[in-house]
Write a protein of this length. Structure first.
Lengths: 89, 383
């Protein structure tokens, strides 16, 4: 179980929620739990079963690309941040 | 019977001292540094009286060098002259006169150029009082050139505060005109300027705020064809654009020309800030290698933005600019700061330099990546 921060651009797919608690011992499992509850989210953040390259995933501030990717383990005290690029200025 | 030892250095008045100086006597000023800073003889060497014995040998190794010694009134320099005699200097002459008389007689004199004018000391006094800034730091700001990409939401507070603080040159890149819908957040502009070019409106505002700051208007849209020309002359680039195309074009050119870029972006209630320092930290492509599709990244014109958000995020960017220009503090290089205005929370994530980055990584195959940029990147595993 971990906390997932939803970026503003994806909140329309989570009923406006900014933060959700998800089950699972890895980032991948936590996201699957989220997708089960918010199916529209899956299409926004995955491509062909893989996480979209436009979205960065951080666990406690660390990019999972430099850890074990989506297999990075997460626990109750951990926060996952999903972060797509932001363009506005 | 005691024989009084006469001074074996000579004492001269102003006119003879002028001749000796012209004849090549080495001038030794034995006053204190604070006195020196207010003015001194050109070419003189400052050695405060207390340091004469310990420093003269390194400053003037040859004991046959003729010395003309002076202080403010001739008293300290008489003691210094005696010391110099004892140390073996053969020709020591003391100026037994007040420096005011030297100056009144037209003796050579120079005053150091002050770092700041009296007006500048008054205007920037609150900033100069900060130990990490001081007159030297303020001078650096006055000599600095900062380029703002975009004179809109983020550009407005950044331009206002950099100008107010005395950054000497502000370049503005924007080809847009002021629209009514801008005024809710773009505080550089005003109601009576709707329809005016943003660079012109910005110039009017900034000139009114601080006439000393030079505003350079680049009324064009930043693109691959002009980016290197636009950023080449500036010390720091501030990215306050509203689209991905410009952000990637700017990133690649800034990496190539090794210009630091302070990045800010905003969306509704959320903002992101970081600083990219080429090859010392990650670049924009390290963070997001490719451009996302439009539906994942709508602009403010489609999605909306809270009026204060660019103010807050823009000033965080301006803060980064000051640290870069002054060389103090710790920048956001390698850290992406996330601001959520709704919860008033800040989060921070680490961003890493990617060895496989197409712009700054060692495996870069981008044809426009410069040869030296590739060479400067540390070796790392190709991905």
């Amino acid at each position: 179980m971990s906390t997932i921060r939803i970026p503003p651009v994806l909140r329309e797919n989570t009923g406006g929620s900014r933060e959700l608690v998800a089950d699972g011992g890895t980032v991948s499992e936590a996201l699957d739990d989220l997708f089960a509850r918010f199916p529209a989210l899956r299409d926004r953040v995955t491509e062909g079963g893989e996480l979209s390259q436009f979205i960065n995933v951080y666990v406690n501030g660390r990019d999972v690309r430099y850890a074990q990717g989506l297999g990075t383990s997460v626990g109750e005290a951990d926060t996952i941040i999903l972060l797509p690029a932001m363009a506005g200025g | 019977m005691t024989i009084e030892q006469p001074p074996i250095f000579r004492e001269v008045g102003v006119e003879e001292a002028k001749q000796l100086r012209d004849a090549g006597y080495r001038v030794i000023d034995v006053r204190e540094p604070v006195e020196w800073d207010e003015g001194h003889l050109p070419g003189a060497t400052l050695i405060p009286l207390a340091d004469v014995a310990s420093r003269i040998e390194s400053e003037v190794p040859d004991h046959d060098t003729p010395l003309l010694v002076h202080c403010l009134s001739g008293l300290r320099s008489a003691r210094a002259s005696a010391i110099l005699n004892q140390l073996g200097y053969r020709t020591v002459v003391n100026l037994k006169a007040h420096l005011n008389d030297w100056r009144l007689a037209g003796g050579a004199w120079e005053e150091p150029t002050p770092l700041l004018s009296p007006e500048q000391r008054r205007r920037y006094s609150r900033q100069v009082l900060i130990p990490e800034v001081g007159q030297e730091g303020q001078r650096k700001l006055l000599d600095s050139k900062v380029l703002l990409i975009g004179a809109g939401g983020l550009g407005s507070p950044i331009a206002l505060y950099l100008t107010a603080s005395g950054v000497g040159t502000i370049g503005l890149v924007d080809d847009d005109v002021v629209d009514e819908s801008n005024l809710q957040r773009q505080v550089l502009h005003s109601t009576d300027r709707v329809g005016m070019k943003k660079v012109d409106s910005a110039e009017l505002t900034l000139r009114g705020l601080n006439p000393e700051t030079r505003v350079i208007k680049h009324e064009e849209r930043l693109g691959a064809d002009n980016v290197e020309r636009l950023i080449g002359d500036y010390d720091v680039i501030v990215d306050g654009t509203d689209n991905f195309d410009t952000r990637y074009v700017l990133n690649d050119a800034a990496v190539k020309l090794r210009k630091p870029v302070v990045h800010g972006s905003i969306y509704r209630w959320d903002g992101q800030v970081t600083t990219f320092i080429p090859f010392a930290g990650p670049c924009y492509r390290c963070m997001y290698p490719t451009q996302p599709p439009p539906e994942l990244a709508p602009g403010c014109d489609v999605a909306g933005v809270l009026g204060v958000l660019p103010g807050i995020v823009g000033l965080l960017q301006a803060n980064e600019v000051f640290k870069l220009l002054l060389g103090v503090g710790e920048t956001l290089a390698g850290r992406l700061l996330l601001f959520d205005a709704a919860g008033t929370t800040f989060d921070e994530v680490r961003i890493w330099r990617d060895p496989g980055c197409p712009a700054c990584g060692d495996g870069s195959t981008r044809p426009e990546a410069s040869a030296d940029a590739v060479a400067a990147a540390p070796a790392g595993p190709a991905r």
